[in-house]
Design a protein around this ligand. Structure first.
Ligand SMILES: [Zn+2]
Length: 262
C-alpha cells in the first residue's frame, strides 16, 4: 500500500512537472524547437522579360529599394541557422535574399541595388559551371561578390537530382562543392540550396554530414525551425508579380495583429 502511495506521489509530481514543461515542449525528452520568422527570397535571373524565373531589372531594383527603405535587414542563411541554435538573435524585420545557379549576369544586375540599400545576399553556385561556362560566374566574380559583402553558398558540383544519387555520389556532390568553393573564396561555405528543390531524409542527413549548417528548399513559408535546419523554407519571387504582391509577401509576417472592431 505504502509503495503504491509513494509511486502515486512520484507519478503525480512527475505528471505535474511534465504539465509545467508542456507549455514549452511536447515531450520532456525533446527540447522545444526554436522558431525564427524570416522570409527567404529566391531569385534566378535578374533582367529580361518578366516570368517565373526572370525578374526584370527595374522590378528587382524597386524591390531592393523597398526592402532598404522599409526597415528590413538582410541576413545570411548561416545567421538564421546560428540564431536557431542558440546564437545571437536575428535583427528586427530580417529578410534573406538568395540567387540560384550563379548566372554571370547576376553580378552586375544585382550588386548596385543591393549595395545602395545596404543589403547583402547569398549566391548559390553550381561549382562545375563557374569559370567553365561563359553564362556563369568566374572565380574572380565570386571573389568580387565576397568583397562586396555578399555570401556564397553551394548549389552542388553539377546540379543533379540529389535524391536519385547513390550514397557515394551524393556525398561527393555535397562535400566537393563546399570544399572547392571554400578554396576559391578562402572563407567557409556553410549553406546549400538543393538543386530543383529536391531532397529527402537521406539527402538532409548527407548534407549535415558534408559539413553544412543549413540548407534551403523551394517550399514557401515564413517559419524557420531548429528541427528543420536542412529544410529551410524559401519563397520564389515571380517576375510578373505586382508591387503589392511583393509588399504583402515580405511584410505579412511583420504586420501588427489586426485591431478588433470597436
Ligand atoms: Zn538551380
Amino acid at each position: 500500500m505504502r509503495t503504491l502511495i509513494v509511486s502515486l506521489l512520484v507519478w503525480a509530481v512527475s505528471f505535474a512537472s511534465v504539465r509545467v514543461m508542456d507549455a514549452r515542449a511536447p515531450a520532456e525528452s525533446d527540447p522545444p524547437a526554436q522558431i525564427a520568422v524570416v522570409p527567404i527570397l529566391m531569385y534566378h535571373h535578374v533582367g529580361g522579360r518578366a516570368g517565373r524565373y526572370h525578374v526584370p531589372q527595374a522590378v528587382f531594383d524597386w524591390q531592393m529599394d523597398y526592402l532598404g527603405q522599409n526597415g528590413f535587414t538582410a541576413v545570411s542563411i548561416e545567421q538564421i541557422a546560428v540564431a536557431l541554435t542558440g546564437g545571437p538573435p536575428l535583427p528586427p524585420k530580417p529578410v534573406a535574399i538568395t540567387f540560384d545557379d550563379g548566372w554571370r549576369r547576376q553580378v552586375t544586375a544585382t550588386l548596385p541595388a543591393l549595395t545602395r540599400n545596404n543589403l547583402r545576399a547569398t549566391y548559390f553556385i553550381i561549382y562545375s559551371h563557374a569559370e567553365r561556362y561563359s553564362g556563369f560566374m568566374n572565380f574572380d566574380q565570386l571573389r568580387q561578390l565576397r568583397d562586396a559583402g555578399m555570401w556564397i553558398g553551394s548549389h552542388t558540383v553539377s546540379h543533379p537530382h540529389l535524391p536519385g544519387l547513390a550514397d557515394k555520389h551524393l556525398a561527393f556532390e555535397l562535400r566537393a562543392s563546399r570544399e572547392a568553393l571554400e578554396a576559391v573564396i578562402e572563407q567557409p561555405v556553410t549553406t546549400l540550396a538543393y538543386p530543383g528543390g529536391a531532397y529527402d531524409a537521406r539527402v538532409m542527413r548527407a548534407t549535415q554530414e558534408a559539413g553544412y549548417l543549413a540548407a534551403v528548399t523551394v517550399r514557401g513559408g515564413y517559419e524557420q525551425r531548429s528541427d528543420a535546419l536542412y529544410a529551410l523554407r524559401r519563397f520564389e519571387v515571380n517576375g510578373a508579380w505586382s508591387k503589392e504582391r511583393f509588399i504583402s509577401l515580405v511584410e505579412a509576417p511583420f504586420a501588427p495583429p489586426a485591431q478588433p472592431e470597436p
